[in-house]
Design a protein. Structure first.
Length: 408
């Protein structure tokens, strides 16, 4: 009788992950938030709207209405392009702000971050060049890098992109698109003036470049006059994608954004969205549409902007004492962020652990740069905390920076 021994063969190694997953890191902002999530830490790191200012009652009423009056529709699949009622309301708001828009011009997305991913899928081939502001919104750098783009920063100043430098780069690099947050930029808080917007539009029209204009903060203005969208200028009308979001003016947990784009590109993004998630949740879309019909979102935004203006003032009032002598910072007219630069020789990434030990946090500026990072920079979000909490946080920040300097 022959006995066959059952020997388990060694498991073969699995195929590797895609190269793109190894070349693109995670979000430093998310990593910092995970480390500093303790309630005793005053966190200037995250771009988090103030939860006490959410219209929770109005949003809850909108959900109750749609779930009571049309539950079958609210809980069912929807069209990829988005619920007609929401697209109609968004088109009306966009038109009222100076850019004639039809509901069919819009694609509803699961947050405006998804819109960036869809655009990267629809527009970018590996090796294509993408131009961005310097510094630039971190998650945009991730989206374009994940798509295999070569990302090149456009030089600028305290007002934003330099149009002369932009045209030189367009001629030399032959980019597929320019990405910009021209109003209350993340991370700097700066706003591109109207004359530069006109110049950017003219260059894009003459040189054949797509513009992706991201506008999540534009309604949060607490001083100064509104500047028209780049998309509203003649040279850019047929080549600008305008991104919008409810995250900063209603609530980020809704995960509702949208893009306005020329027809061919919008259709390509819709196909990409079908492959990603079929559609944005129906109940969220219908609740947002109901909120817009029943409530005055503009009045709510005005209240939020007034509160954020007071919080900005509290941060600006305390920065001189908190930061080392010779530091400089922006003075945004709206939005959520102040961008600061410490004197030469400071490294805000190296300083952060000591600052966190003092129960306060910021985001180092280095990850926001597509090219050579400026390691003396940092981003501070001023909207999440009250003015008194901001004052306390800045005192802690000053103590932490001084302690770190003494150690070195």
């Amino acid at each position: 009788m022959t006995v066959t021994e059952n020997v388990t063969a060694p498991a073969a190694p699995l195929p590797p992950l895609a190269a793109r997953t190894r070349s693109i890191g995670g979000s430093p902002v998310r990593d910092i938030l995970a480390v500093t999530a303790r309630p005793e830490v005053i966190n200037f790191a995250g771009g988090l709207p103030a939860p006490v200012l959410f219209d929770a009652e109005g949003i809850a009423a909108a959900y109750r209405a749609v779930l009571t009056e049309e539950p079958a529709r609210a809980l069912q699949y929807s069209t990829t392009e988005g619920e007609p009622a929401l697209r109609a309301a968004l088109a009306a708001r966009t038109t009222a702000r100076g850019l004639d828009t039809d509901p069919d011009d819009l694609l509803v997305t699961t947050g405006s971050q998804q819109a960036l991913s869809l655009l990267a899928t629809a527009l970018i081939e590996p090796g294509d060049t993408v131009l961005v502001e310097d510094p630039c919104y971190l998650a945009a750098l991730q989206a374009f890098g994940f798509a295999g783009a070569r990302v090149v920063a456009v030089p600028g100043d305290e007002h934003g992109i330099d149009p002369v430098a932009l045209e030189e780069l367009v001629v030399r690099e032959r980019p597929k698109l320019l990405y910009t947050v021209p109003t209350f930029s993340n991370p700097t808080g700066r706003t591109l003036p109207a004359d530069r917007r006109a110049a950017v539009a003219e260059i894009a029209g003459r040189r054949g470049v797509w513009i992706v204009e991201d506008d999540p903060y534009g309604e949060l203005r607490f001083e100064g006059e509104r500047v028209p969208w780049i998309a509203s200028y003649d040279g850019a009308r047929d080549r600008t994608v305008l991104l919008g979001s409810f995250s900063k003016v209603m609530a980020p947990g809704l995960r509702l954004g949208w893009l306005r784009a020329p027809a061919e590109l919008r259709r390509a993004c819709a196909v990409a969205k079908q492959a990603a998630d079929l559609h944005t949740p129906t109940v969220n879309q219908l609740a947002a549409a109901r909120y817009l019909a029943d409530r005055d979102l503009d009045a709510h935004v005005t209240r939020v902007a007034a509160a954020y203006g007071a919080r900005r003032d509290a941060m600006l009032a305390g920065l001189a004492d908190a930061l080392p002598a010779g530091s400089a910072w922006t003075r945004p007219e709206g939005g959520m962020f102040v961008w600061a630069r410490l004197p030469e020789g400071y490294d805000t990434t190296a300083l952060l652990p000591e600052v966190v030990r003092h129960r306060v946090a910021y985001v180092p500026g280095a990850p926001f740069h597509a090219g050579e990072p400026d390691r003396a920079t940092l981003r501070l979000c001023f909207v999440t905390q009250t003015p008194d909490e901001i004052a306390e946080g800045l005192w802690r920040l000053g103590e932490g920076l001084r302690a770190a300097s003494d150690r070195s």
